[in-house]
Write a protein that binds this ligand. Structure first.
Ligand SMILES: O=C(COP(=O)(O)O)NO
Ligand SMILES: [Ca+2]
Ligand code: NA
Ligand SMILES: [Zn+2]
Length: 305
């Protein structure tokens, strides 16, 4: 059933488990995420970035909202990294039930003003809002944030931010970053900082840049002909600890992309004569589904639907 993000995340934080927000760009990713959720009896958030909305158009947004309605588990359809009020309005018009307005690269006052404007519009139509305070290192969708500018979330500011904006859940910067290169070796996750934020912010907390980039998947990608450098993700133990401290929504995109692409390369390498797309998109869809299921196991959301 199609529900709001807050309905899913409030329960998750209260009961101490995490819910995956999985980025989708096409039909196969969407099917993989929803099938995994139904088989695992897990609530789930289907996330579309602005790029995904542009790439898939109504073929993707209509499909996501309609399939979410038909799903046998709670599903929220979420705009990931909304960069403007207009972009949020498009998602609201498409029937999304959760929207992120990401103004974390702006100054505090601007972030508050822009976020509050989105909260008013979204709440008017029964949709809940994710906001962000603090900056992830690495590449954010619209700004390149290098290490020295990466500003981790200030707990006291976060409290004030949530009170002044009325946002429903908060994306925090505690050391993660987007993509496959999250730092040398095991990225440092500032759990003490998260604990202080969670003590001051009762709302569900969101972790971006949370992909594990597992070595076996990186190897599989390379073995199939993919080229990738010194790739590292967030250690599963650091995810579990973050969930215990108040993280309720965990964004996963890179792991799904690596799995999908590795399988397509593998299938095409093995069958150079193949030109039926279902023969290489199908196994890739299965691979994404397996990654989604393993993430749900790690987050503790299996059986929570
Ligand atoms: O935060 C993410 C995804 O992060 P990853 O690159 O670690 O999958 N999307 O908003
Ligand atoms: Ca941001
Ligand atoms: Na998001
Ligand atoms: Zn993100």
């Amino acid at each position: 059933m199609l529900v709001t993000g807050l309905e899913i995340l409030k329960k998750a934080r209260a009961e101490g488990y995490g819910v995956g927000a999985f980025n989708v760009n096409n039909m196969e990713f969407l099917q993989a995420v929803l099938e995994a959720a139904e088989e695992a009896r897990s609530p789930v958030m289907v996330a579309l970035s602005e790029g995904a909305m542009k790439y898939g158009g109504r073929a993707l947004t209509l499909l996501a909202v309609e399939l979410a309605k038909e799903a046998r588990v709670p599903v929220a359809v979420h705009l990931d990294h909304g960069s403007s009020y207009e972009s949020v309005l498009k998602a609201l018009r498409a029937g999304f039930t959760s929207v992120m307005i990401d103004k974390s690269h702006e100054d505090f006052a601007t972030n508050v003003r822009e976020t509050r404007r989105v909260v008013e519009a979204a709440h008017a139509v029964g949709v809940t809002v994710e906001a962000e305070l603090g900056r992830l290192a690495g590449i954010e969708e619209h700004v390149a944030v290098d290490e020295k500018d990466a500003l981790l979330t200030n707990p006291e500011e976060a409290k004030r931010f949530m009170e002044e904006t009325g946002a429903d859940y908060l994306a925090v910067a505690i050391g993660t970053s987007h993509g496959a290169y999250k730092g040398k070796g095991r990225p440092f996750i500032d759990h003490p900082r998260l604990e202080r934020i969670a003590a001051l912010v009762p709302a569900p907390l969101v972790l971006h840049g949370a992909s594990a980039v597992p070595p076996e998947l990186v190897e599989r990608f390379r073995a199939a002909g993919g080229e990738i450098g010194e790739a590292t993700g967030i250690h599963p133990e650091d995810i579990k600890k973050a969930i215990a401290l108040g993280i309720a929504k965990i964004n996963t995109d890179t792991d799904l992309r690596l799995a999908f692409t590795a399988l397509i390369r593998e299938t095409l390498n093995k069958a150079p004569k193949e030109f039926d797309p279902r023969k290489y998109l199908g196994p890739a869809r299965e691979a994404v589904k397996e990654v989604v299921k393993s993430r749900m196991e790690l987050f503790g959301s299996v059986g929570k639907a």
